[in-house]
Design a protein around this ligand. Structure first.
Ligand code: GSH
Length: 228
């Protein structure tokens, strides 16, 4: 296991002021994968975190897997609280850092869009890991059918965010998935002006920009099998 530290240099540790230790730890493989949305959100919210990087070789030994609730990573620690499931982690952080809507109705809409993003993420992961060579062309051809749904929402909500008038968990998820799709198909947003504007705005939020330009992020492959 390799230990690295990353996160915003300007972050103030609110939770462990005496030890100056980041309150959060992400344990994951050396890929962007299912942690990018979490990392983007932590960066944007000015939080620090610690990374525990697990090599495939270490993972295959099985000891860590046995301790994971669903036998999978990422694992996220917030002090004594250990969480699994990337979307649970996102929602937990959304609740803590004010990125989960301003009332129950907004929170429900955020869940809805986040689940919609998760549907697209699962299709993307299936393509990458199971049928990249045989399915890529058909996947890209079908992509507008999925992107158009998010385009319609963003075109309608004048705030520039998916829900209400402030950034939420669903925006971080959508942004991450769109970045991956722009690598898969660089022109995929060309006929979606609202999505393109959304990606531009999210990319230029100063703390997100700094994170995306960091070596910690850039040095990681998007996926574990080298396909993207
Ligand atoms: N639904 C889970 C999926 C987690 C998942 O698929 N983890 C993969 C890596 S991205 C994993 O741990 N693979 C190793 C294994 O299953 O042994 C989440 O969102 O966190």
């Amino acid at each position: 296991m390799r230990h690295t530290h990353t996160g915003s240099a300007t972050a103030v540790n609110q939770q462990h002021p005496s030890t100056n230790m980041p309150p959060y730890t992400i344990t994951y493989f050396p890929v962007r994968g299912r942690c990018t949305a979490v990392r983007i959100m932590l960066s944007d919210q000015g939080q620090q975190w610690k990374e525990v990087v697990v090599s495939l070789e270490d993972w295959m030994k099985g000891d860590l897997k046995k301790t994971c609730v669903f036998g999978q990573l990422p694992k996220f620690q917030d002090g004594d609280l250990a969480l699994f499931q990337s979307n649970t982690i996102l929602r937990h952080l959304g609740r803590k850092h004010g990125a989960y809507g301003k009332n129950d109705s907004e929170a429900a809409l955020i869940d809805m869009f986040n689940d919609g993003v998760e549907d697209l993420r699962i299709k993307y992961i299936k393509l990458i890991y199971q049928e990249y060579e045989t399915g890529k062309d058909a996947y890209i051809k079908d992509l507008p059918n999925h992107l158009s749904k998010f385009e319609a929402v963003l075109a309608k909500n004048k705030s520039g965010f998916l829900v209400g008038d402030s950034i939420s968990v669903a925006d971080y998820s959508l942004f991450d998935v769109l970045l991956n799709h722009q690598v898969l198909s660089p022109t995929c947003l060309d006929s979606f002006p609202a999505l393109k504007g959304f990606v531009q705005r999210m990319s230029s939020r100063p703390k997100i920009k700094a994170f995306l330009e960091s070596d910690a992020h850039k040095s990681l492959p998007i996926n574990g099998n080298g396909k993207q």
